[in-house]
Design a protein around this ligand. Structure first.
Ligand SMILES: Cc1cc2nc3c(=O)[nH]c(=O)nc-3n(C[C@H](O)[C@H](O)[C@H](O)COP(=O)(O)OP(=O)(O)OC[C@H]3O[C@@H](n4cnc5c(N)ncnc54)[C@H](O)[C@@H]3O)c2cc1C
Length: 440
């Protein structure tokens, strides 16, 4: 029997792999594309709403973003909205909630006023909300509050999204009318990728695939695949898990808190859980865990392989631990996992959002929360925050995708699409891409 010759094989059926499958199928003339996912479902890991914050990041309320980063994220979010409006039943994917970032105390309030001056020319719907305005939107945020507060907020825009449903929609769009071109293999684990001449052999637990191009979008596993092929030696993967806590419904929309600019991990927020009715979720925490998948300790060995201790890694970690705020934060986040004390400790952080919260209101969200694979840049001895890509121009790309990787899935995959089109010299329907994903 002759082996199928693929143009592109995508490893990993999370939101990133699914977005690329959609783009390749819709906008190129490539004949044979495969998506290989080891789990029985699409987007069952970090891209599942259970495991991430379900936020469509637009950059307006994320105080850990510079204006430049915020505007990039805004453009990415708009692509998702454009996609959803054109190709899906929008309201089953995207949810309109109020959203705000809350400043507590004089210093945070002042920083938000300054941010409003800088950001409002780029965000026409952004408002500077005084305590009375906040009380109308989120009464529980102002109740029993003693400190000065102010917020930057948007009252009614798409702010929450079910990324798993979005990923399923990408795959459905790709497979629906083009069964012969697209091959989606679930329950199939990629074991090795080997370059043979100008092709690649992708060996799985069920067989081997021969392809001209490979894109590895397998979350925290991507770096290990890269390193096994001699790429990405300049990176180490620092997996940062995020846990959540539940209360009964206390918030009408998303309430973010101001970032401590000494910390590389995003501050917590509270919001309604779009998957669990009548619950408000608080988090995510930031726990450094020596595994590549949350709850799967068999991935510990792979973590140590891709972590590869070196001077650059030690310098980065040493640099982080030198800062008292970071040290305390890392320690506190470890304690957030310890049964018996964790709720009491987390309560203080959650009370920054809702001062009247009591210990009995909070419960740890067991089994909820994924892993953000943050890259350590060993050469620069610093964390590389946000998504990282290794594209050596040899028919293979590796994507490492911490937050806001789900919001950026189309934008990020478009870069892969353009690289593939150039390297495989195939046709790109630029007009359709611009019309469908960019024009509102
Ligand atoms: C706590 C938390 C909160 C977050 N909140 C947000 C948010 O609000 N907004 C946002 O934009 N982003 C958020 N993120 C980030 C976002 O979840 C990720 O960027 C995104 O899900 C990454 O998608 P992915 O497809 O690249 O990776 P993943 O979703 O991790 O998918 C990788 C896939 O590869 C598969 N795979 C792995 N190894 C193999 C193999 N050998 N063979 C075959 N398949 C394999 C896995 O099973 C998995 O399905 C959050 C992340 C966390 C952890």
């Amino acid at each position: 029997m002759t082996q199928t010759q693929y143009d592109v094989v995508i490893v990993g059926g999370g939101i990133s792999g699914a977005a690329l499958l959609f783009l390749l199928n819709r906008y190129t003339d490539l004949k044979k594309i495969a998506l290989i996912e080891k789990l029985p479902e699409i987007a069952a890991l970090n891209s599942h709403g259970r495991n991430n914050s379900q936020t469509l990041h637009c950059g307006d309320i994320e105080t850990n973003y510079t204006l430049e980063k915020a505007l990039q994220v805004k453009a990415s979010a708009q692509m998702l909205v454009n996609y959803a409006k054109r190709f899906t039943d929008t309201d089953s994917l995207l949810h309109v909630y109020s959203k705000m970032v809350l400043g507590v105390g004089e210093q945070e309030c002042q920083s938000l006023r300054e941010r409003f001056t800088e950001f409002s020319p780029h965000y026409s719907t952004l408002q500077l909300l005084q305590a009375a305005d906040i009380a109308k939107i989120e009464p529980n945020v102002t109740k029993a509050r003693k400190e000065e507060i102010i917020a930057l907020g948007v009252v009614d825009e798409y702010s929450a999204i079910n990324y798993q449903k979005l990923a399923e929609s990408f795959v459905l769009q790709a497979t629906e009318n083009n069964k012969s071109r697209v091959d989606v293999q679930l329950n199939t684990r990629v074991e090795t990728i080997t370059k043979i001449g100008d092709h690649y052999a992708v060996k799985t637990n069920t067989g081997s695939l021969n392809t001209r191009f490979v894109v590895v979008s397998s979350g925290a596993h991507s770096l290990l695949f890269a390193q096994q092929m001699g790429y990405g030696k300049e990176y180490a993967c620092l997996p940062v898990a995020g846990s959540f806590y539940y209360t009964q419904q206390r918030l009408n929309g998303k309430v973010y808190t101001v970032q401590n600019d000494k910390l590389p991990f995003a501050a917590i927020h509270g919001d309604p859980d779009i998957l669990v009715a009548d619950k408000t979720r608080f988090g995510p925490t930031a726990l450094i865990l020596p595994v590549l998948e949350r709850g799967d300790y068999s991935t510990m060995l792979d973590f140590f392989k891709s972590f590869s201790f070196s001077l650059g890694v030690l310098k980065t970690l040493g640099g982080l631990l030198k800062v008292a705020d970071v040290r305390n934060y890392i320690f506190k986040n470890m304690l957030f996992e310890v049964p018996g004390i964790r709720r009491r400790l987390f309560l203080k952080d959650a009370q920054k959002i809702i001062p009247s919260l009591q210990l009995d209101d909070l419960s740890f969200a067991t089994g909820i929360g994924g892993i953000r694979p943050i890259m350590i840049d060993k050469n620069q001895a610093r964390l590389h925050l946000g998504e990282a890509k290794i594209d050596p121009g040899h028919g293979i790309i590796f994507n490492m995708t911490p937050s806001p990787g789900a919001t950026s899935c189309l934008h990020n995959s478009e870069r892969d699409l353009r690289s593939i089109v150039e390297q495989l010299d195939c046709h790109l329907n630029e007009d359709a891409l611009q019309a469908e994903l960019y024009n509102t």
